[in-house]
Write a new protein. Structure first.
Length: 237
């Protein structure tokens, strides 16, 4: 089982990693670059590691969210892990299926390391009714990715980066994105001690969100934290 997880969680070649635009500044001149992989890369990884006939997925729904469950055949049994996603901005239903599939794959370690990558500020430009990362920034992003992968291969005991929160208290979109990222990082920890430590490390910020940013956002974070802890305990039982 541990050998399978190690193979599933191996970093992808740099040319398989794409970057999308996250939060932007008020002037819409710079934004955060977020690394991601395509659902097809996840399928290929599963095929390569466990074989096409030894994994499957299904899509139940829960509380208006699209949930994906990925099952692997381990010996004579099927072991399942799941996660969910709301509608994405592009092709809502198809996007939700793809996002849920990739999030469930992260439960198996596939692409999990991408959540630990730095999310650098990059220059952006108009693209239709939205914005995109400037083409000139992709060389720098590729170099950053190469450096991260090299670091991971040379030191498996590297400390995970600290959660980065916005400095501008008047930009609710940045805080919403940061809160979602915090929950994703929380979900990807593999033991309750690490979960507790992450919550403790960010306790002051979380309290500040309730008092200075948004009570609704603080309530959202509290609810998601409880979901993570409940799910972890149920999986550990």
């Amino acid at each position: 089982m541990s050998d399978i997880f190690t193979k599933l969680s191996a970093p992808f070649p740099g040319d398989r990693i794409s970057w999308r635009l996250g939060s932007t500044n008020k002037e819409k001149t710079r934004g955060l670059a977020l690394a991601y992989i395509d659902a097809r890369d996840v399928m290929e990884r599963l095929d390569q590691v466990v074989g096409p006939g030894n994994w499957q997925n299904r899509y139940p729904h829960a509380n208006g969210k699209t949930v994906c469950e990925i099952g692997l055949r381990i010996g004579d049994d099927w072991v399942w892990k799941s996660d969910g996603a709301g509608d994405s901005d592009v092709e809502a239903e198809k996007g939700a299926l793809s996002d849920a599939f990739k999030r469930a794959a992260v439960r198996w370690g596939i692409g999990r390391y991408l959540y630990d990558l730095a999310s650098p500020w990059v220059e952006i430009e108009p693209f239709g009714k939205s914005f995109k990362i400037k083409d000139s920034e992709h060389v720098r992003l590729s170099q950053l990715l190469h450096g991260e992968n090299k670091s991971k291969s040379s030191s498996s005991k590297a400390e995970p980066p600290k959660m980065q929160w916005p400095k501008d208290q008047k930009n609710p979109k940045e805080w919403q994105d940061a809160a979602k990222r915090f929950i994703l990082i929380l979900r990807n920890h593999t033991n309750i001690k690490a979960i507790d430590e992450l919550i403790d490390d960010n306790a002051v910020i979380l309290e500040n969100i309730r008092g200075e940013i948004s009570v609704n956002l603080a309530n959202f974070i509290d609810t998601e934290i409880q979901k993570v802890i409940t799910q972890f305990n149920s999986e550990a039982a």
